[in-house]
Every structure is written in C-alpha cells, then in structure tokens.
Write a protein that binds this ligand. Structure first.
Ligand code: SF4
Length: 377
C-alpha cells in the first residue's frame, strides 16, 4: 500500500509563521494543474507494482482550486495508477475558501476527508498569525462541513504569544463542541526567514514561550483523552476509526509519491524532493524532465528516521524490527542509549516495543535525537 501526495503551491496570503513552499500569485494556477497532471503521468512507472491507498492534497492551500480542478487531478491519478476501492482522499482547506456552495460541491466529489486549517477561534490569534480567515468563518465552515463530511480534521495552534491557558481551553472546547473526529495540533514555532521571526526580533511580538507551549500541550492531551480521542501521534488525535490513513502510512515507512513543487517522495530506499520554485517546476515538466533531487538513505538514516517517527506514535519502536532490519549493532546501541531514559521515566518497553511515557511525550523529538546514530553503518 502506498500514497500520493499532491502539493498545491498557492495561498491567498502569507501567514506570518509559515515556511512552507507557496506563492500568493495565482496567475500560474492553470499551468500548475496541467504540470501536476503531467508529473503524475511521467512518474506512473515508479508505482507500477503499488496500490494507492491514500491521495492527499496538501500545500499551500489546496482549497484555492475549484472542484473541477481537483477532479481533474484525481482523474489523472485513477488513469495512471491502481487505486484501492475505498481510498482516503484528503483535501486541506482553509475556512475562507469553504463557502456553502464549495462545501456542497466537495461533498459530491471523490474527496472524503477534509482537513480544515482553523488554527484558532479567536480573532486576535488569527490576526497575529495573518490568517486569511476570521473567527466567524472558522465557526461557520465547520458547521457547514459537518453536513457533508463525516471525516473531518481540524488544525489548532497552541503556544501563541499572549494566548492564556483559558483561551487555549476555550479553543479546544469549541472544537470538541462540533464533534469533529480528528484534531491535529502543533505548537507555534518560529522558523527563520518568516515575518514572525522578524517581528519577534524587533520586539513587536513577544517571543514564543516553551513553558507556555508545554502547558498547552498537556492541557490538550488531557482534554482530548477525556473526550475519547487517541493521541496516536504526538500532534495527532483521532477517535477510533478516524486516524489519518495517509499520515499513518507515512509514519510506518510506507512508500509515497510527492507530486508538485517542493513535494517529497520516498520509495523505501531513496528520498526525493522536487524543486521549490513554481516557474522552474512548470518549465521542467513541460520539457518532460522531473525537477527532482534524490538521495539514497543509508542504513543509519533509515534507523534514525524509524526511531524519530516511531517514538512520536503509539506504536513505538519495535525492538524486533530493529534487530531484523538493522542488525545486532543497532539493537545494542539503541537499548544501551535508551537505558538512562527508561530509568528517568521518559521511555518504557512494552511487548518488545520502545515507547515514550506520558512524562516524556512533549520531549519526544529530543529523546529520539539522543538515540540517533551518527556514523555506525
Ligand atoms: S495557508 Fe498554510 S501554507 Fe499558506 S501561508 Fe498559511 S500556513 Fe502557510
């Protein structure tokens, strides 16, 4: 089983914290769609023996496309690849694009999962982050989406400067009141070369406070557990039956094809990434060239990646898999490095799997980094 990711590299406006690849100039939208379709055709042999289980429209803002444009891309997937009978087809969408008419149309399209970028229900947070939608649109689009979609995920951001615990709790409670079955939630991070970084450096916005983010994370975990959500990956919470099939496959190391500028691909041994420039991407595809760089992952890279993603999920790191796939040296290194963390109550072993404890959860990336290997191969 494998997945196809399609990157739609356009946004209406730039959120202050964002370092993803996108352009606010939609002038090349039609040419981009034709290029995405052509890339799907050009790369079909890479998935000759694969069955596609998930199609994921990410970005950027995929909801800037109209339903006919989305359908065109989905049709190109079906004409060039073998797709399971019940694929998960996700569209990332922003509230300002989700009019009643658009949601109705999407409800009739093959899209069967909406991932809505709410981020906050409070005007002051949305303004600070320069989101294109307002608080009223955030509420209205979920209410409308619920009429046409069962499988809805919403994104929320915590640790925003000025966001009190009470405001964060209120955000979570508003999300829960809609009865959505999936929530993805990330701490606001300050990436270099973003407007947010500049504003903080100039003292116009207070810096992001790690302690505040950690407090918000613990509130989130507790509130969502009480509401019946499973925290199946550190930033992802789903009701049983609603875990993202796309992301789960990715965390479990399955193959995926990344279509579009800046999209990443993985075939089990190699990682590839497309050029992150819309004009150069369109030009290369027009010349039947794939604007992609690749690297073969060493056994150490694959071990590090498995430890990192495994520790972020409820499935943990299988010690048996470490032994069989990576060998005794890696197994000995991992168990020896993990020992101190186990003694400190940050990790534990259950049924031959290494897992992060409740105490270690917020720190899981740092814990994983301490288990990484640099040069053993
Ligand atoms: S809508 Fe998403 S991709 Fe676009 S600028 Fe905002 S965070 Fe980035």
């Amino acid at each position: 089983m494998s997945g196809i990711y399609v990157h739609i590299p356009f946004c209406k406006q730039a959120c202050h914290y964002c370092d993803f690849h996108f352009s606010t100039n939609l002038g090349k939208k039609e040419a981009m769609i034709l290029s995405l379709i052509k890339e799907l055709e050009l790369r079909k042999d890479e998935f000759r023996d694969e069955v596609v289980e998930t199609i994921y429209f990410g970005g950027g803002t995929p909801s800037v496309l109209n339903t006919a444009e989305i359908d065109q891309i989905i049709r190109a997937v079906y004409s060039n690849y073998t797709v399971v009978a019940d694929p998960e087809i996700t569209l990332e969408a922003n509230p300002d694009d989700l009019s009643k008419e658009k949601i109705e149309e999407l409800g009739k399209s093959p899209i069967n999962r909406l991932s809505i970028g709410i981020q906050s229900f409070f005007e002051e947070d949305l303004k600070m982050m320069n989101r294109a939608h307002n608080a009223q649109e955030a509420v209205a689009c979920i209410a409308m989406a619920k009429l046409y979609f069962d499988n809805i995920s919403i994104d929320l951001i915590y640790g925003i400067p000025g966001m009190t615990n009470e405001r964060w709790i209120s955000n979570i409670e508003k999300a829960l009141a809609f009865g959505v079955p999936h929530i993805s939630s990330y701490a606001l991070t300050v990436e270099s070369k973003t407007a947010l970084k500049t504003f903080i450096d100039k003292g116009l916005i207070p810096p992001v406070d790690d302690e505040l983010a950690e407090a918000h994370f613990h509130i989130l975990v507790q509130k969502l557990a009480e509401a019946g959500f499973v925290n199946y990956e550190i930033s992802n919470f789903g009701k049983p039956g609603y875990f993202s099939r796309n992301n789960t496959a990715y965390w479990q190391g399955k193959k995926y094809l990344g279509i579009g500028p800046s999209a990443h691909s993985y075939d089990g041994l190699r990682r590839g990434w497309n050029i992150n420039n819309n004009a150069k991407y369109i030009k290369a595809i027009a010349q039947n060239e794939l604007p992609m760089e690749t690297e073969v992952l060493s056994i150490t890279d694959r071990y590090n990646e498995y430890v990192m993603t495994g520790l972020r999920t409820i499935w943990g790191v299988s010690l048996e898999r470490i032994k069989t796939e990576f060998g005794q040296k890696f197994y000995a290194y991992l168990t020896q490095q993990a020992q101190k963390k186990i003694e400190d109550g940050l990790l534990y072993i259950e049924k031959d799997h290494l897992l992060v404890s409740k105490k270690g959860k917020f720190l899981s990336d740092g814990i994983a980094a301490d288990l990484f290997l640099v040069n053993l191969s």
